[in-house]
Design a protein around this ligand. Structure first.
Ligand SMILES: [Zn+2]
Length: 237
């Protein structure tokens, strides 16, 4: 029977290794999403900057049209001036001219502000484009590494599974059935070692009689707490 206990112990080790590999494999999708997320963010920043530029240009052209209309108005008023005879009408028109001029000046200031902003954004644009390119290049390079790592881990898992299957086939039918059942219900951890007098799976303290029996390593035993197969670890040699 001790041979079977040894086999179970070997299975414990293989299953732990397989679990570790599966944990590594489970991280890859998140890593891929993270890379894609960085690209999406960089692209959004660039597109937002472009959209701001387009919007600013649109606003500036509108302001330029307004300023142009005020120039025309001012000119028309100027042309009317010589024909005016009454003093107060003359003063009123001068006032209108002054008003149109002030308004035009304000608008021209806003046009300049827009132009400065557009220029600033044009300066920033190459950096944003570069950031997107870098994110894409980095994602492509990292994706290759992730793919390679994933293939390697899948290979490891395949080897572990094959070794596991070989051991499982050698188990006595009863032991094998028990192992497979617990393996399926306990997330791949069917066999655990006894550590400091407790089950290595659920940490429940085991009765002295159970410990004594387990130490003999001549019978398959289960933890009453979690149902896992408990094995007294082999003595280190
Ligand atoms: Zn347990």
């Amino acid at each position: 029977m001790s041979e079977e206990i040894d086999r179970l112990w070997a299975l414990q080790d293989l299953d732990e290794q397989a679990l570790a590999v599966r944990e590594v494999l489970a991280r890859f999708p998140e890593q891929r999403r993270e890379l894609q997320h960085r690209i999406v963010e960089a692209r959004q920043r660039l597109e937002q900057a472009r959209a701001r530029g387009v919007e600013s240009q649109k606003q500036r052209r509108e302001l330029e049209r307004e300023a142009g209309a005020l120039v025309d108005q001012e000119r028309r008023f100027q042309q009317q001036l010589p024909a005016i005879k009454k003093n107060e009408e003359y003063t009123a028109l001068l006032h209108e001219i002054e008003g149109a001029r002030r308004k035009r000046s304000e608008i021209e200031t806003r046009v300049l502000e827009r132009m400065e902003e557009e220029e600033r954004e044009q300066h920033e644009r190459p950096a944003l484009e570069q950031a997107l390119k870098s994110a894409e290049a980095e994602a492509a390079a990292r994706a290759k590494l992730i793919d390679a790592e994933e293939t390697s881990e899948q290979g490891k898992l395949g080897v572990l599974e094959a070794r596991r299957d070989a051991h499982v086939r050698e188990l006595a039918p009863v032991t094998r059935a028990r192992y497979e059942r617990v393996h399926a219900s306990r997330d791949g951890r069917a066999v655990v070692g006894i550590l400091k007098g407790a089950c290595g799976g659920c940490y429940r303290t085991l009765p002295p009689a159970v410990l004594q029996e387990a130490r003999r390593r001549d019978r398959m035993m289960s933890c009453e707490g979690c149902g896992r197969i408990i094995v007294w670890p082999p003595v280190e040699t």
